[in-house]
Design a binder for this molecule. Structure first.
Ligand SMILES: C[S@@+](CC[C@H](N)C(=O)[O-])C[C@H]1O[C@@H](n2cnc3c(N)ncnc32)[C@H](O)[C@@H]1O
Length: 230
């Protein structure tokens, strides 16, 4: 079988795209490595690779042609979820961006998410903004992972729409409810670094002429949560 050597990060994202899914959209697809490899492995899945920038769009077109997958992967140029129509896909993946960018792509295209019963999101930073999105828009966090690759830490958050009430504590939004159930080396390494950095920031903030007391309190609360979990 021909194939693409995906990064560990994208391999982990890929495993949430199961055979039950007939069509998915990969937004910010760059070389379309993820949709190509998924389609090579699952003969019945179709995909849309969305890209807002010309260079990565062309790279995706070229890769799809190279793998001879033009009949199953539609590469579309456009901003965020604008490249899909409501009910066109059952799953959306957005990987390799900051959590706030991922959240704004989702917020700007809520109507396009109709029919998408799974969102697989892989923020490089600011994962908590995705958890806030889940609370505001009635999605359940069905799985989360934290992993390290080549010295970087990545998180994966899998959301599914639900009609049940969504209740996550502020601590869970900050650290990840599912990640907390399954802490690993990557978790320890990420939060140890954040802890040390935050501690020194708080020290500096306290030395300011007019310390921002509410921000200091917020950071101190976060330090306490990290301490409880390390
Ligand atoms: C760092 S790459 C990640 C590529 C791939 N998803 C991965 O995880 O390896 C981010 C890609 O997202 C694209 N992008 C950024 N904002 C976007 C938006 N609003 N809509 C579509 N694509 C976007 C960029 O052009 C870039 O190719």
């Amino acid at each position: 079988m021909t194939g693409i050597q995906l990064s560990t990060r994208l391999e982990r994202v890929k495993k949430y795209i199961t055979d039950q899914i007939n069509a998915f959209a990969d937004i910010g697809s760059d070389h379309a490595y993820l949709p190509c490899q998924v389609c090579l492995e699952h003969p019945n899945i179709k995909a849309i690779a969305g890209e807002v920038n010309q260079g990565p769009y062309q790279a995706a077109v070229t890769q799809v042609q190279k793998e001879n997958l033009q009949d199953r992967i539609d590469v579309r140029l456009g901003d965020g979820l604008n490249v899909i129509a409501p009910n066109e896909v059952e799953c959306v993946t957005i990987a390799g961006m900051g959590g706030t960018l991922i959240t704004s792509i989702l917020e700007n295209g809520l109507d396009r998410l109709e029919g998408a019963n799974r969102l697989i999101l892989q923020p490089n930073i600011d994962a908590s903004s995705i958890r806030q999105f889940a609370i505001h828009h009635q999605y359940e966090i069905i799985n989360e992972e934290i992993l390290s690759e080549d010295g970087y830490i990545y998180e994966i958050i899998v959301l599914e729409p639900t009609s049940s009430p969504i209740e996550y504590t502020a601590k869970e939004v900050y650290l990840g409810p599912k990640i907390l159930e399954n802490k690993n080396q990557a978790f320890a390494s990420k939060w140890r670094k954040v802890y040390d950095k935050k501690k020194s920031i708080i020290k500096q903030m306290k030395q300011a002429k007019e310390p921002d007391q509410s921000k200091i309190e917020k950071f101190e609360q976060q330090l306490e949560w990290i301490e409880e979990e390390l």
